[in-house]
Design a binder for this molecule. Sequence first.
Ligand code: GLA
Length: 356
Amino acid sequence: MTNFEKIFTEIPETEASATGRVNLLGEHTDYNDGFVMPTAIPQSTTVQLGLSNDLQHHFYSEDLDELVTILETNHTPSGFGSYIFGCLQLLEKEGHKIPPLNIYVKSSVPIGSGLSSSAALEVATLRGVRSRFDLPIDDIQIAQLAQQAEIIYAGVQCGIMDQMASSLADPEHILFLDTRTLERQVLPFPSGAEIVVMDSGVPRTLATSGYNQRRAECEEAAHLLRVKALRDITDPNMVEELPEPLRRRSRHVVTENNRVLEALQGISAQRFGELMNASHASLRDDYEVSVPALDTLVAMLQETAGVFGARLTGAGFGGACVALVEAGRGNAIAIDVLQRYNSAGNNGRILVPQVT
Ligand code: GLA
């Protein structure tokens, strides 16, 4: 008997998955219409679904052992159910008739680490519903609906990077995305390099962090500079006259976009690593979204032989960091750094490469 049957006493009709993502370069640029470079991680979320035999949606999370029943359509649940419910509601608003469903969720994407567990849940849900009801929506529309679900139903004023990465990226390539035009390129990793992803052990919560505040500061800066978005500024000197903290916030966004565009030219692993190090310093000092534990872990990685560069990844305020390292050495480097990091009293863990 499948776990779905144990909960819902029937067999699932459809199954769909979506991966989490790690962003290599281009942080806090997407809601400024800028450029990002994520890749997919091996961890994913799987959704199984079938028709509900009462008039209510039922969502079950195996990882949380939590069952959510939607009693009325105007009642948005909290927690994992809000992302699923948001996706279903948005499909309805787009004119797709979705009957009451049983949805079973199982995920290996860590929650609260900055690796887009919520985007993976949204994209997996939308893929499952698309497949069950043959909906005429493409992968870009899935990402756009998923982003709207996050903004409207989870209250995070996020950009579109995570949902586009979950919908379009694969673990073998870097996805370059222009978040204004949605123009994208699938790129190889820098020659001779692979990635390490490590969790600092300090959890973060996007909605309660300063995320929405950072976004508002960027919008104010763009307004003062008389541009549509900070992406329209390419010369960092242009932000020097802004009042603090808008000057430093904008300087991060402008220099970060320039770093992504440099990386797009097909640079060496060494140079890519230098850009990642510069990105971390900018996120720490100008954007102020790092925390001491992340700074410690990133510095340990940066100082380790075989590491080209390292930085925090995702929104920050805790969560994970990513390093670019010599191909074939990721496992050994991660184990060595983790041992030193945790023996200093931290609670880190290795997420990529996956321990088999
Ligand atoms: C979160 C958001 C993304 C992006 C990153 C920071 O992951 O969901 O849209 O803004 O933070 O780069």
